[in-house]
Write a protein that binds this ligand. Structure first.
Ligand SMILES: C[S@@+](CC[C@H](N)C(=O)[O-])C[C@H]1O[C@@H](n2cnc3c(N)ncnc32)[C@H](O)[C@@H]1O
Length: 294
């Protein structure tokens, strides 16, 4: 007699299997993968625990679970994620937006308060468009420009702007952050690559083997992109405009110093929910002079 697989039985089996493979949240991942194969949300899945599965459904589940067991990120398998409570499509080759980056969005919104009406801002290294789209969605008259080196990221970001109804106010272009142009901007925001060379090997397999190195790695000390951004900040910003960036653990103080060396004032840091300094900002003087030299 062939074995009868119900939703609950396959859910239990998958949870145990993903657990053995070292997945952090095996039950949740199992529910989302099985739900995706059966086109049901988590509540829908719960309501059909006793339903027997067809051979094609089992084959589809097996295929998704095998990918996750090889430590492919759940978001790439599902093809979507959520950021700032908005839906974002994600695919291999484009960084998956992280919850920590919502703190950067919060700080950008705080700095724009009272200045957002019709303001122009720049998002450097936009990836999936997460920051650009979240800011445009939160400020209905904001004009956002967003750049990235990778064409596949820009395609994804454009699709995400359309999906969230902000494509009229977010303009994407391919540009290297070494040679930024445009402005003057009220705010320049960036979550640039910031992983040190010697940290790359220790990253989780999901990140190290599946996310694009160009989105992660920034030279031997992880600070290459901050040097580029700080060097160009005064040339890009309006008087009293802000540069605000996400930083890696332990980088905040050095990045604040870099900002000061390049003529930015009123530097500040904001911690994340694990109490790690995660966001650094600095303001252009009220009357901008010549950008500081390194
Ligand atoms: C850490 S990811 C951030 C993506 C997105 N902003 C987010 O927060 O989810 C950094 C992004 O910078 C882009 N990038 C890397 N080097 C760059 C460069 N020299 N010029 C422009 N973009 C670059 C990568 O392609 C990647 O999309």
């Amino acid at each position: 007699m062939t074995e009868r697989w119900t939703v609950l039985k396959v859910l239990r089996w998958t949870t145990d299997y993903l657990n053995e493979k070292g997945i952090d949240s095996p039950r949740l991942d199992a529910e989302l993968l099985i739900g995706d194969a059966l086109n049901k949300d988590r509540v829908g899945l719960y309501l059909c625990y006793d339903q027997p599965l067809q051979a094609e459904e089992l084959a589809q589940i097996r295929q998704l679970v095998a990918r996750r067991a090889k430590r492919e990120p759940l978001q790439y398998i599902l093809g979507h994620t959520e950021f700032w409570s908005l839906p974002f499509a994600v695919k291999p080759g484009v960084l998956i937006p992280r919850g920590d980056t919502e703190i950067l969005v919060e700080e950008a919104l705080r700095l724009l308060q009272g200045h957002a009406d019709g303001a122009r801002i720049l998002d450097v290294g936009t990836g999936s468009g997460a920051i650009a789209v979240a800011l445009a969605h939160s400020c209905p008259t904001l004009q956002v420009e967003a750049v990235d080196l990778q064409p596949e990221a820009l395609d994804q970001a454009q699709a995400n702007a359309v999906r969230n109804g902000v494509e009229q106010r977010v303009h994407f272009r391919q540009q290297d952050m070494a040679v930024l142009t445009g402005g003057p901007y009220q705010l320049v925001v960036s979550n640039p690559p910031y992983i040190r060379e010697d940290e790359m090997a220790g990253l989780m397999p999901e990140v190290r083997e599946h996310e694009p190195a160009v989105a992660l790695h920034a030279g031997h000390d992880g600070l290459d992109c901050y040097r580029l951004l700080c060097r160009q900040a005064l040339a890009l910003l309006q008087p009293a405009g802000w540069l605000v960036v996400e930083v890696g653990a332990g980088q905040a103080e050095t990045v604040a110093q870099l900002m000061q060396q390049h003529g930015l004032q009123n530097t500040f840091c904001r911690n994340d929910y694990n109490d790690i300094a995660r966001v650094v900002g600095g303001q252009a003087p009220v009357t901008t002079g010549v950008a500081g030299e390194e």
